[in-house]
Design a protein around this ligand. Structure first.
Ligand code: ZN
Length: 512
């Protein structure tokens, strides 16, 4: 469910000079805001954020919960989330108090852990402070996922900003409250994964799902519209990009619409996309990233990013949006078991496949661009010195070795093509990988679905045949080279054998 940096640098060099047909806003009806139905039940867990601007700018986070029965309550952030190390190191001045307001000692054995001792049964409040953060180098050591507070922006991903009480199971549904103070006084606007403003929210969610969310506030434009009858909001940092917020929101909603149609799922009542600027603009590279979260995703784009049609930039932004949106289903509704990286061939590679297919079918990728994307994947995969690394190595080194980090995207994308072709062949074109993925989503709507490689191979076996499942196992578990059938795209595309193999457009070529 977490994205690595999808592209850095090199891909931008493959400039095509092809104008992309712009899909304008997918909807005409707009709403001003979205807020969930208010819950009357007392909260099990509260998070209160306070913005102070004097004497120094800071955000105080206060977490309240009934303490553990044994009188030792531990709160923790997710060390390692999205490759973040030393999670919590931005936060200072941890303090705690009991239900009478008496101070309690806080032990901090690691930056991400806070241990509070209290009378058994007491309510416990933990407070910690986020001072202004230094500008971070983007996309290095997952810096863009870290808590971020500047003179005009707060950006928090809950996994590494909102502590979880460890004595409460993170998967059980609970009433959780989120409140903000001092933000409107400072003229700050914002949105969260739960509503389109900073008014008090009380939702019923598991602690895990609640924390797997984004909070963005400050100089932020919140554009609220609807897609297929459901609210879709875009919270975009103001004045940093080369596009207006309504232009960006229109692109986002077009892609949300395409993905919902693809997965045949309009159940989400609300969806938020946040976009903030990270790093510096560059003439000859384009670095972007994102991460899929609870009914939302967070996007990170370079300052000045625009839908330029003279370069690949418009395409790269569309592909990023389509990839992150597909995570709502692949990796989200259809979750993968731990260790997650062992299953990234599915949750990242199949997501890349779906992004390309959805954009191409809608004409947001031209035929030439689709072929280029396919060939680029073949080039990058065959050039990857870790091409034959087994799944166990990906689980170990995904975040530490860039070649290993790229591998499940490349391998999984090509495996998706193998499975898609096999299903099409077996069903004489009646079915495709799309049907397998929609079946997974349908099942996930009936009951929570968390899959591993064996579960997925069973599905592949049922749709594509046991022989294909056996081949896929060798690729995704053992690291066997993914070979595409030369007939995969015949007669539309001609296969050119080589290292790497490539596909060329057969249209206009003389018949053999
Ligand atoms: Zn991803």
């Amino acid at each position: 469910m977490r994205a690595r940096i999808p592209w850095v640098g090199a891909r931008f060099a493959r400039s095509l000079g092809v104008a992309i047909a712009l899909g304008l806003s997918a909807c005409s009806a707009t709403t001003d805001r979205y807020a969930p139905e208010p819950l009357r039940d007392a909260p099990d867990l509260t998070y209160a954020l306070t913005l102070e601007t004097s004497p120094k700018r800071l955000v105080r986070i206060e977490v309240g919960v009934a303490g553990a029965n044994d009188g030792i309550t531990e709160f923790a952030l997710d060390e390692g989330f999205g490759g973040v190390t030393n999670a919590g190191s931005e936060f200072v001045q941890p303090e705690a108090s009991d239900d009478r307001g008496s101070p309690l000692q806080v032990e901090r054995p690691a930056p991400h852990r806070f241990i509070v001792r209290h009378a058994p049964g007491s309510h416990v409040t933990l407070r910690y402070t986020l001072p202004e953060t230094a500008p971070k180098t983007p996309f290095v050591e997952s810096g863009h996922y870290r808590p971020f507070l500047t003179a005009s922006l707060l950006h928090l991903i809950g996994d590494v900003a909102l502590v979880a009480p460890r004595h409460l199971d993170s998967g059980t549904s609970r009433v959780i409250e989120l409140t903000f103070s001092g933000f409107s006084n400072a003229g700050w606007q914002g949105a969260t994964s739960f509503r389109t403003d900073l008014e008090p929210t009380r939702v019923r969610e598991s602690i895990g799902a609640f924390r797997h969310s984004v909070i963005v506030a400050g100089d932020v434009d919140v554009d609220v519209g609807t897609v297929r009858g459901r609210a879709v909001a875009v919270a975009m940092q103001r004045g940093v990009f080369g596009f207006a917020s309504d232009e960006f929101a229109g692109r986002v909603r077009r892609i949300v619409e395409l993905q919902r149609a693809y997965f045949e799922d309009d159940d989400a009542p609300y969806f938020l996309v946040s976009a903030i600027a990270v790093g510096a603009a560059s003439e000859n590279s384009f670095s972007a990233g994102g991460t899929g979260l609870t009914q939302s995703f967070a996007a990170f784009l370079p300052p000045g990013a625009a839908f330029r049609v003279d370069t690949d930039e418009a395409k790269l932004i569309d592909v990023l949006l389509a990839h992150e949106m597909a995570h709502h289903w692949i990796g989200g509704r259809v979750a993968v078991k731990a260790p997650e990286a062992e299953h990234f061939w599915f949750s990242e590679g199949f997501t890349d496949f779906v992004a390309r297919r959805v954009l191409a079918d809608a004409g947001l990728l031209t035929r030439a661009q689709s072929i280029d994307e396919l060939n680029a994947t073949l080039v990058e995969y065959h050039a990857n010195p870790e091409k034959n690394a087994p799944a166990s190595r990906i689980a170990d080194a995904f975040w530490s070795d860039p070649n290993i980090g790229d591998l499940p995207y490349q391998r999984g994308n090509l495996v998706a093509i193998v499975v898609d072709h096999a299903i099409r062949t077996r069903t004489a074109g009646k079915n495709s990988l799309d049907d397998l993925l929609r079946e997974l989503v349908r099942d996930a709507k009936a009951r929570p679905l968390v899959v591993d490689t064996d579960d997925l191979l069973l599905r592949i076996s049922a749709w594509a045949g046991a022989d294909v499942a056996q081949r896929v196992r060798a690729m995704v578990v053992g690291g066997a080279t993914v070979e595409l059938d030369p007939a995969t795209y015949a007669p539309t595309l001609r296969y050119v054998a080589g290292d790497p193999p490539q596909f060329v457009d057969a249209a206009g070529e003389p018949s053999p």
